[in-house]
Design a protein. Structure first.
Length: 267
């Protein structure tokens, strides 16, 4: 597992939970808040991996979106037959979501201690959230195991420690896993496929699939960090779309997604 750091001017005495909430509330504010951009969900890599398992659970299955951000997944799945609770630590964002989507369930909360009843959820998905605490992923995994019913599915994605990061780390470049000297604080963990599988197995899950995703985003980032090309330049976007299909996921993928199951109770 590899650590990423972020430069934070307000690093002061703020604890990690307060920092995470402030950081993401600011990100979502800069992005203009919830917009209901849920039409794009079925085209997403996460959805294509998740869909067969959702079909197995059947319509009406109760889902949890852990760290729902702008809430697009919560809205889409609720309106397509899967009542979903969107849980997020950002109080302001959750308040906006509640006002915008009164037919959908959103709640402020912490995925390490959700307050939900044990065995009450059929499927739990969380995209890009379990990695945000320096103590590691286990508090999130432990709570996921508690709230899922036996046989329920967990879908989780985290930033991938791909071979580009590993090589850069070995050469002392980005992702070098060393704490930068000044004004930086822990931002997130990156994991490779084996590490994510191991974390879930340690937490008591049966691991069904582990897949690198978002290769195009990985190429975009490599072009930015390696050649200084800006993310929103046409040339960067065109090159990443053209190159991504030919580069192995383990080398370049930006995220890694796992599907796991809570074991059935022994008789
Ligand atoms: C990288 S964003 C991902 C948002 C969303 N899942 C998506 O894919 O667009 C991380 C989100 O998780 C939330 N978050 C971080 N730590 C959390 C925690 N312990 N409990 C609940 N939400 C958390 C943040 O507020 C933020 O909205």
């Amino acid at each position: 597992m590899r650590k990423d750091f972020v430069i934070d001017d307000d690093a002061s005495a703020e604890d990690e939970t307060a920092f995470v909430e402030r950081y993401w509330t600011d990100v979502w504010k800069r992005e203009g808040g919830p917009k209901g951009a849920y039409d794009r969900i079925p085209r997403k890599a996460e959805y294509r991996i998740m869909a067969p398992f959702l079909a197995r659970l059947g319509e009406g299955a109760r889902l949890l979106d852990g760290g729902c951000g702008l809430g697009d997944w919560t809205v889409y799945l609720t309106r397509n037959g899967y009542p979903t609770t969107g849980l997020d630590i950002s109080r302001k964002t959750v308040a906006q979501l509640g006002a915008l989507f009164p037919d959908v369930t959103f709640a402020t909360g912490d995925i390490r201690d959700t307050g939900l009843a044990a065995d009450s959820i059929d499927g739990y998905f969380s995209w890009g959230v379990f990695e945000h605490f320096e103590a590691g992923l286990q508090p999130c995994i432990r709570e996921a195991l508690r709230v899922l019913r036996p046989g329920g599915y967990l879908f989780v994605s985290v930033p991938m420690d791909n071979l580009r990061h590993a090589a850069a780390g070995a050469l002392g470049g980005i992702g070098a896993n060393k704490e930068p000297a000044f004004g930086a604080r822990f931002y997130q963990w990156r994991l490779n496929r084996a590490e994510l599988a191991r974390e879930l197995a340690i937490g008591g899950f049966e691991v069904l699939r582990v897949k690198p995703i978002h290769k195009r985003q990985g190429v975009l980032r490599a072009l930015h960090h390696g050649l200084g090309l800006h993310y929103d330049w046409f040339v960067s976007r065109a090159l990443s779309a053209a190159l991504a299909p030919f580069i192995p996921g383990n080398l370049i993928a930006h995220m890694v997604l796992a599907v796991a199951r809570k074991p059935e109770k022994r008789q």
